[in-house]
Ligand binder design. Structure first.
Ligand SMILES: CC(C)(COP(=O)(O)OP(=O)(O)OC[C@H]1O[C@@H](n2cnc3c(N)ncnc32)[C@H](O)[C@@H]1OP(=O)(O)O)[C@@H](O)C(=O)NCCC(=O)NCCS
Length: 196
């Protein structure tokens, strides 16, 4: 099944197998991604803005198991983001992550979170991945009856704020800090399913 992407590229929806664009491939995390995951998590910016930090192969593999469990139970869509290179569009190792996690028992509401590896930032990867996943999550998938996606980030995470704005996540409110987990105020951005 294919869908027209807002930038004019075809997006192929492959269910649990993955989502492809001509330049990016999104697919569920695999055990063999653990090394790339640990390498990405060495980045200070990831450590600064994420609540989860994966410092070892054991932690990474446990986290990947959790992602698989999320797919199996239908409460979390978690994708590794890979860049397709060369004539055959071969994908290398993951350069980012994006996940949609249900936040209510009826699975009509969910949060979306993402990161990209330090070496690929500023190339539109997070924005493209977020747009594709948002459209798919609020549109054609039939696993969760989602009507709204929430996106939260610290007020001074300006890159994440820009990614949210680019993907039409409207700023809904300022959330007060909740230390120690969330020491700074946050932005709540929202994108709704206009067909709902
Ligand atoms: C936020 C993050 C995912 C963005 O990834 P990315 O692949 O660089 O995203 P994109 O290239 O699609 O877009 C980044 C945008 O932020 C802008 N940006 C980057 N740093 C910025 C800053 N300090 N202030 C303002 N804008 C900034 C870029 O110019 C770009 O906007 P543009 O397309 O209009 O030029 C990445 O920085 C990251 O992984 N950060 C650490 C983890 C994190 O913060 N995750 C989000 C938690 S809520």
């Amino acid at each position: 099944m294919t869908q027209q992407h807002p930038w004019g590229v075809m997006v192929e929806i492959l269910g649990h197998e993955g989502i492809s664009t001509p330049a990016l491939r999104l697919r569920p995390w695999r055990t063999e991604d653990a090394v790339a995951l640990v390498a990405a998590h060495r980045d200070p910016l990831l450590r600064r803005w994420l609540t989860t930090s994966l410092a070892s192969g054991t932690e990474a593999r446990r986290w990947i198991d959790d992602q698989s469990e999320g797919w199996a139970t239908g409460v979390r869509f978690s994708f590794a983001i890979l860049e397709c290179r060369g004539k055959n569009g071969d994908a290398g190792r993951p350069v980012g992550h994006i996940a949609v996690t249900a936040t209510d028992s009826s699975k009509t509401l969910a949060t979306v979170g993402y990161w990209t590896s330090a070496e690929v930032r500023g190339r539109g990867i997070a924005g493209r991945a977020l747009e594709v996943v948002s459209r798919w999550a609020l549109g054609s998938q039939r696993i969760m009856p989602l009507t709204r996606l929430d996106l939260l980030h610290a007020v001074d995470n300006h890159a994440s704020c820009r990614v949210a704005e680019k993907c039409r996540y409207a700023l809904r409110s300022i959330l007060p800090a909740q230390p120690p987990a969330f020491p700074r105020d946050g932005h709540l951005h929202v994108r709704i399913n206009s067909d709902a």
